[in-house]
Design a binder for this molecule. Structure first.
Ligand SMILES: Nc1ncnc2c1ncn2[C@@H]1O[C@H](COP(=O)(O)OP(=O)(O)OP(=O)(O)O)[C@@H](O)[C@H]1O
Length: 171
């Protein structure tokens, strides 16, 4: 896999969209990497990505494919970035936060809380005396202006401090 992964995600139609335009979709499933887009003249255009998440995809699928490798790299001190890009209402916030960043819905929670959980899950399972300094931030770029949404730091974090103390007392 290259250093950059590009995915497309489709959200389900809203009830207003169904009411106004019906259930017909302008995209057609080909496989997990390719879809066909039919434009207004019914011309077909084929698009391919590293992965396509269709409207029934779950938040966990997006996390596992897109973010988990970045979490694992982060534990080896390799920085990573996840960018959502799209027009208003496309589902960027939903993918990043879920229905709300303070909501703990296990199925619907977004990448942000899954990434935080993933990082601490990995550090907990490390059995050496590694020291971690973790910085995680989420920004919104709108009209070429950068706005911080969340910024968190964990400095001098010793996940294995208890394990190492136990080992010393056992030896
Ligand atoms: N995968 C999804 N499954 C279910 N609902 C979704 C999904 N993606 C988006 N939605 C819903 O669609 C609506 C628009 O999504 P969202 O607010 O995430 O868009 P956005 O791209 O962040 O928009 P904006 O740029 O205007 O902030 C929301 O009501 C959201 O809950």
């Amino acid at each position: 896999m290259s250093n950059i992964t590009v995915c497309a995600r489709f959200r389900p139609l809203s009830s207003k969209e169904r009411r106004d335009h019906g259930d017909a979709l302008c995209i057609q499933y080909v496989d997990s990497e390719t879809f066909i887009f039919k434009d207004e003249k019914a011309e077909e255009l084929t698009f391919s990505f590293d992965r396509v998440f269709y409207d029934k995809s779950e938040q966990i699928d997006v996390y596992r494919h897109l973010a988990q490798p970045i979490v694992q790299d982060a534990l080896n001190a390799i920085n990573g970035t996840i960018i959502t890009f799209g027009q208003t209402g496309a589902g960027k916030t939903y993918s990043m936060e879920g229905p709300g960043v303070l909501e703990c819905d296990a199925v619907k929670k977004g990448l942000l809380s899954r990434v935080v959980e993933g990082i601490f899950e990995c550090t907990k399972s490390s059995d050496d005396t590694s020291k971690y300094s973790i910085k995680l931030s989420m920004v919104e770029i709108y009209m070429e202006k950068v706005r911080y949404k969340y910024i968190c730091y964990w400095y001098d974090y010793f996940p294995a401090i208890r394990t190492s103390r136990d080992q010393i007392s056992r030896s």
